[in-house]
Design a protein around this ligand. Structure first.
Ligand SMILES: [Zn+2]
Length: 177
């Protein structure tokens, strides 16, 4: 609980702290990064607090990925970006600064000074084969993805309206001899 209470991004979700909100729905929030690396640096996050991606339910990862893609498209359109990087810093060793899981979207232009390049390392055949076998074994069960539990249907105004329309149609139908 303490982690959540101290979390800057949970405070933004709970409207205890301001942010430039780009997109919001019941599960996700996208804001302009408060510490941007460039203009248009966006953070896409679940509203619920998760520290690392491993804790995020599969269906929510799918939802966040779709939102990330749509915002990336918007960045191309509106900010005239020539590319985008979508970045997850998963764990402190990967550069994660916040304890709230998020996806960074970074607009890119040619020669903008960012360098995500690396020098390829030479691994020998044995190293490559060992890694291949270990990961193949560990990942062979992938595919049984966690689905969102359907909540009981709540009667809201929209559904009531549809019901009324349907009832009306049924009545009309009943009148037909
Ligand atoms: Zn949080």
């Amino acid at each position: 609980m303490n982690q959540k209470n101290n979390c800057e991004f949970c405070q933004i979700v709970n409207k205890e702290k301001d942010a430039k909100k780009i997109f919001e729905d019941e599960k996700a929030l996208a804001i302009l990064s408060p510490n941007p690396c460039c203009a248009g640096h966006i953070l896409v996050m679940p509203k619920e607090h998760f520290s690392i991606i491993e804790q995020v339910p599969d269906y929510l990862i799918a939802h966040l990925s779709k939102i990330t893609n749509k915002i990336s498209i918007a960045i191309f359109e509106v900010l005239q970006a020539k590319g985008t990087n979508m970045l997850i810093q998963n764990g402190v060793a990967a550069g994660q600064k916040s304890n709230h899981f998020m996806i960074h979207i970074i607009p890119r232009k040619e020669n903008d000074g960012f360098d995500f390049q690396w020098q390829p390392k030479q691994l020998n055949e044995e190293q490559m084969s060992t890694i291949e076998l270990k990961l193949k074994e560990e990942t062979k069960g992938i595919g049984d993805f966690e689905k969102e539990e359907k909540k009981p249907v709540m009667l809201d105004k929209k559904i009531e309206k549809i019901d009324k329309e349907e009832n009306y149609l049924v009545k009309q139908l009943n009148r037909i001899p």
